[in-house]
Write a protein that binds this ligand. Structure first.
Ligand SMILES: [Ca+2]
Length: 440
């Protein structure tokens, strides 16, 4: 995350840092607990552990738990191989570990490298966790929980430039959204109308849809799969089964190819391009409003929408879909009590009601409310943050082929390879991998 995002996020948190329980239920006896610090500043809570307030908070938590926090900054959070090698060698890189984008989560869980948490994440415990941080299905491998927090997962949404829509006389997204008609076709129609050469120099300068193609459009593929009731894999007869070759899944690649290569309404570029005012829609995250709403960054007014629903999707069943989840987990090699570690995490990240006094969803909505010019955006924003869903099996099992999957998606979306042929080409290998990972 950029420094600016961190700054923006840390401002949000200012009012929260003073809130902490007086006494901790666990005492670490002055010992050191290592916390995966790959992203110590980039949480949905906006905690910046490196600024004065954040450091003060850490000191307070250290006192409460009689513990020394050590931030571990190596690449195990990003690199499953490093993580696995370290745990197998009896040396967890951290006692509280985040797995970046949930990479290889199922693989790592299946190898027995994580502490199973079913006994800790009881109904009673979960009652104390704010809804926006709960995503139980993200934490499961088989029937067992191995992850315990949603911090850092970010769904995807669509920003639409209200000024541009008005100028171009485009359909009203509010009407489409509230009538359940915000669909792939509606988005495509708008994108086609919006894309044009506005100054007549023969070069298109105004685009319908702006996409940061970063990981071969893997995030977009995952979210669109979910909007079309499709998935990379589904559980069929108790078996995790590759389903990317089903028509509703192939339809995602065909839709993106249509937009990119046939209609030519997509600009591949950084998300900042939205500030120029000549992009009708930009695919981004709900927290991006910190930028779009700030006149210093963007003069035009922006609205926010979920991803549109596909032809095989359920009309009106909108969500904010993430292709990955940042699984927080406890490596089995830790010498500390997992219960105490999770409690410590909750205090550090203020992730349970023992350590926050307000409802995080209300806080996020209120923060957003200070920026919106139309009440309807507030309703949509609330729906987005309270309907964060994981597009299943997109990234968290795709290892060691994780990067291959991004490269695979790029071949189809950006390079325009035939979807059915490309998917058929990986089907057997992926199913074999699934059978290994899920021991089926
Ligand atoms: Ca032009």
């Amino acid at each position: 995350m950029s420094r600016i995002v961190r700054y923006g996020m840390s401002v949000v948190l200012v009012a929260l840092l003073a809130v902490a329980a007086a006494a901790a239920p666990y005492d670490f006896g002055g010992e050191t607990v290592r916390v995966s610090g790959a992203f110590p500043n980039a949480t949905v809570f906006g905690i910046n552990f490196e600024d004065a307030r954040g450091m003060g908070h850490v000191q307070e938590v250290e006192k409460m738990f009689n513990v020394k926090i050590e931030w571990v900054k190596d690449d195990a959070a990003y690199n499953p191989q490093t993580f696995i090698a370290n745990v197998l060698a009896g040396d967890p890189v951290a006692d509280i570990q985040v797995l970046c984008r949930g990479r290889a989560f199922h693989q790592i869980a299946a190898e027995g490298l994580l502490v199973p948490l079913d006994d800790i994440l009881t109904e009673e415990y979960l009652e104390n966790i704010p809804d926006v941080y709960k995503a139980l299905e993200h934490w499961k491998h088989g029937d067992t929980y191995y992850g315990f927090s949603l911090v850092d997962a970010a769904g995807w949404c669509v920003y639409w430039n209200k000024s541009l829509f008005e100028r171009e006389g485009l359909p009203d997204p509010y009407e489409l959204y509230f009538s359940g008609e915000w669909t792939w076709d509606a988005m495509r129609d708008i994108a086609i109308q919006a894309t044009k050469d506005t100054d007549g120099d023969g070069v298109v300068d105004q685009y319908g849809i702006s996409i940061d193609e970063g990981s071969g459009c893997t995030d977009q593929v995952a979210a669109l799969l979910a909007t079309n009731n499709a998935a990379v894999a589904k559980i069929i007869d108790g078996k995790v089964t590759f389903t990317l070759d089903e028509p509703e899944a192939l339809a995602v690649y065909e839709y993106l190819q249509q937009l990119i290569h046939v209609d030519k309404v997509v600009a591949f570029e950084g998300q900042y391009t939205i500030f120029q005012g000549n992009r009708a829609m930009t695919l981004s995250h709900p927290w991006w409003f910190y930028y779009t709403a700030d006149p210093q960054w963007m003069e035009d007014d922006c609205g926010i929408l979920p991803y549109p629903i596909g032809p095989n999707g359920t009309p009106g069943e909108y969500g904010s879909y993430s292709s990955a989840n940042w699984n927080w987990c406890i490596p089995k090699t830790t010498k500390h009590d997992p219960r105490a570690l999770i409690e410590l995490y909750n205090a550090l990240y203020m992730a349970s009601y023992d350590y926050v006094i307000d409802d995080p969803e209300e806080r996020m909505v209120n923060e957003f409310a200070t920026y919106v010019t139309d009440r309807r955006d507030l309703d949509i924003y609330r729906s987005l943050i309270s309907n964060l869903k994981l597009a299943p099996y997109a990234i968290n099992f795709f290892w060691p082929d994780f990067q291959n999957f991004e490269e695979f998606n790029g071949r189809i979306t950006i390079n325009g390879e035939n979807p059915a042929a490309a998917v058929a080409g990986i089907k057997d290998a992926v199913q074999t991998r699934l059978d290994e990972i899920f021991k089926q």
